[in-house]
Design a protein around this ligand. Structure first.
Ligand code: IVH
Length: 682
């Protein structure tokens, strides 16, 4: 039997939804919010709390409904009523002038044509259908005629209105609106996503476009909900009930309906002004918070667009002016092999220096031997190189027509370039396949030692100020350091003699080393450089063991029992501590006065077994610090909300995790309540 709905509650829910939609519009479309994030969150929390208490009033169109729907088996195919075409590309002023000539010839007019120019954002094209103001279908471009239905995924994107905005003073909203746009990931979102993937041991996305496409291709929309996807709308399919005859007017209508339009769009341009504006956009491209690969020039008048029509591939009324690529050709002068911390050998191409998008590029990673074979790269080859976002430059392909015959095949060395030890290509664990990487087997290899020491001194580990990469290289070369334990034996007199060092910098370094000795347990574990144990796993381990000895003695089975530690990580920890050399190094660190602070030991198990998720900005401490304190008290910190979560700690602007928590009935606490659960700071 369902409870009778209190009309006051129903009214309040409606009021909150209307207010939140309005504030979304102010924030995403006008970029001019009227309320602070705190006020917005407050309303959102009240709405979610009411909807949780009154499930019969829940609605898929509520502004709170951004957490994703149950996973799909596969994507359905949906037809596009009007085909989603592609664009003709142009690469020079001349191409644009020719386009303008063609347009006027086809229209049989001499007078200048009015153009609207938009940035061409590099993402994924989508079509959204609004019926009676409600978002009903979202689909990918597919082959232009049929796309995949990705409605659940698109509904998680915060800038997509689930219900169209009603412009004040109008009561006519189109009954049917098919609107098209580009879903993309901004540079910042792309970097955060890739950092998270690297930490989780997943391969990073090559560029923001692949990341956006990958995020939309998820059958489980709660994964999409975690990705910071954005959207700009740039056109329409079918639209009923307006008499508009200008593309710019269409864009203004879209904006008024709450659909985000790129604010850099410029209307009313003659073809000469189009040339100037394209140049202006190109010069600005690197300052924008997202990638653009060109500008789209569109004939503004819609009756002209109709008259011009389209070829089977692309409309005759628009063209893409593509910017000089962030690609360029150059020569692979040599292939050098670098040895990483784990002994993995990475081939790196030394390139004849070339300017790509305002930066000189002289090296590109080739990943591993298979990658070189797959791309068929020879030493001396002319290759196409590209730079995407913050990613290391990479070789796209070989320009075969440039081969002279004098190129040389690269092969992986059979001996380590740093220490001359044997190189092997190990088998993958539990599989007959080979690992992608070749490895140097010598654990005392100087190249590995250098990388180990750099890792040990890095920010997330011992964070030793002043002990940078160059200094480490020098110290290893001069024989001052043979392992990271040697750092704590360094003498000022020896440091002073190094290049670019003097008595003052030596004294500072000694002080920084001394200070680092009081290190948190999880940083200590991370610093050891155990394969597969990143910052996240280190925190879990630090929260599960009260003494270093217990961690060192834990069996594979014991380790696997820990939530968040799988068999590969467990096996890697076990084999690390099974090597006597590693045990000796750890013992030496303790002898040298390193005292990892095991908080767990001091406050046994206050939060043992409790799983926390942190979201939003905290005021009195960073999220990292909050996480450290929770694990120190025996709790666990997880990155996503699941039925196993005990507490969601919600700071300012909490986002989709809060909604998910409330839906799953997870207890939501604020910073003050967290403080009460934690043992007081020492
Ligand atoms: S108009 C019929 N406008 O570029 C016209 N496209 O090569 C169809 N794109 O698939 C597209 N920004 O993914 C248009 N402002 C913009 C655009 C844009 C990005 C993408 C879109 C399309 C591709 C065409």
């Amino acid at each position: 039997m369902s409870e009778k709905v209190d009309p006051a509650v129903a009214g309040r829910i409606e009021e909150l939804r209307r207010a939140l939609r309005h504030h979304n519009y102010r924030y995403y479309v006008l970029d001019d919010p009227e309320v602070s994030d705190i006020e917005y969150d407050h309303m959102m929390r009240e709405l979610i709390a009411l909807e949780t208490d009154w499930p019969q009033l829940a609605s898929v169109d509520s502004p709170s409904a951004r957490v994703g729907a149950p996973p799909l088996e596969k994507f359905e195919t949906v037809p596009h009523a009007l085909p989603m075409l592609s664009l003709d590309n142009g690469f020079s002023d001349e191409h644009i002038l020719k386009f303008d000539e063609r347009v006027r010839k086809n229209l049989d007019i001499q007078s200048p044509v009015n153009y609207t120019v938009e940035p061409k954002v590099d993402g994924v094209a989508v079509e959204l259908i609004y019926e009676n103001s409600r978002l009903t279908v979202a689909s990918t471009r597919g082959d232009g005629f049929h796309g995949e239905r990705i409605t659940d995924n698109v509904r998680t994107i915060k800038a997509v209105p689930l219900v169209l905005h009603r412009p004040p003073g109008t009561d006519s909203i189109p009954e049917l609106l098919e609107v098209r746009g580009e879903i993309y990931l901004g540079r910042k979102g792309f970097k955060t996503l890739n950092d998270e993937r690297l930490e989780g041991g997943l391969p990073p996305f090559a560029n923001p476009r692949n990341a956006a496409a990958g995020s939309l291709r998820q059958l489980d929309s709660s994964i999409t909900a975690e990705r910071p996807l954005e959207i700009f709308f740039y056109g329409i399919g079918r639209l009923t009930g307006t008499g508009i005859d200008s593309h710019w007017q269409v864009l203004l209508l879209l904006k008024a309906l709450g659909l985000r339009v790129n604010p850099l769009t410029r209307p009313g341009l003659s073809v000469e002004q189009v040339l100037g504006f394209c140049r202006e956009l190109e010069s600005k491209r690197h300052e924008l918070p997202y990638d653009i690969d060109g500008a789209v020039v569109k004939v503004d008048r819609i009756s002209y667009q109709r008259r011009l029509g389209a070829t089977s591939r692309s409309p005759r009324w628009a063209m893409a002016y593509k910017f000089a690529a962030v690609q360029s050709t150059t020569v692979v002068e040599a292939i050098e092999v670098q040895v990483g911390r784990t002994g993995a050998l990475t081939p790196v191409a030394h390139l004849r220096p070339v300017q790509i998008g305002g930066v000189t590029v002289s090296r590109a990673t080739l990943h591993n031997e298979d990658e070189i074979r797959k791309k068929g790269i020879l030493i001396g080859d002319t290759v196409l190189v590209q730079r995407a976002g913050d990613v290391i430059p990479e070789v796209v392909k070989v320009i075969l027509s440039q081969r002279s015959g004098g190129e040389k095949v690269f092969s992986m060395p059979t001996r380590c370039p740093a220490c001359n030890a044997t190189v092997v290509r190990p088998q993958k664990e539990n599989s007959d396949d080979l690992e992608a990487a070749h490895r140097c087997v010598n654990t005392t290899c100087p190249a590995q030692i250098k990388e180990h020491i750099k890792h040990f001194a890095s920010k997330g580990a011992f964070d030793i100020e002043g002990l940078g990469d160059r200094l480490v290289d020098q110290m290893v070369q001069r024989g001052l350091l043979h392992s990271y334990a040697d750092i704590f034996d360094l003498q000022a007199a020896a440091i002073e003699k190094l290049e670019r060092m003097g008595p003052k910098s030596a004294a500072n370094l000694i002080a920084a080393i001394e200070k680092s000795k009081r290190v948190d347990f999880h940083r200590f574990i991370f610093a050891l450089g155990i394969r597969h144990v990143g910052e996240h796993a280190a925190r879990i381990l630090a929260g599960s063991f009260s003494h270093l000895d217990d961690l060192m003695r834990a069996s594979q089975q014991e380790l696997e029992k820990i939530d968040g530690i799988g068999p590969i990580v467990a096996g890697s920890i076990r084999s690390f501590f099974d090597q006597s050399g590693n045990r000796q190094t750890v013992a030496r660190l303790i002898d040298l006065g390193i005292r990892p602070r095991c908080r767990l030991a001091a406050t046994p198990g206050r939060l043992t077994g409790k799983v926390f998720v942190l979201t939003g900005a905290l005021k009195t401490m960073t999220r990292r610090r909050a996480g450290e304190r929770i694990t120190a008290a025996g709790g666990k910190v997880s990155s996503s909300v699941s039925p196993k979560t005990n507490y969601l700690v919600a700071g300012e602007s909490p986002g989709s995790k809060l909604q998910r928590a409330l839906r799953l009935g997870v207890e939501v606490i604020d910073e003050k309540q967290l403080e009460e659960l934690l043992p007081s700071e020492p």
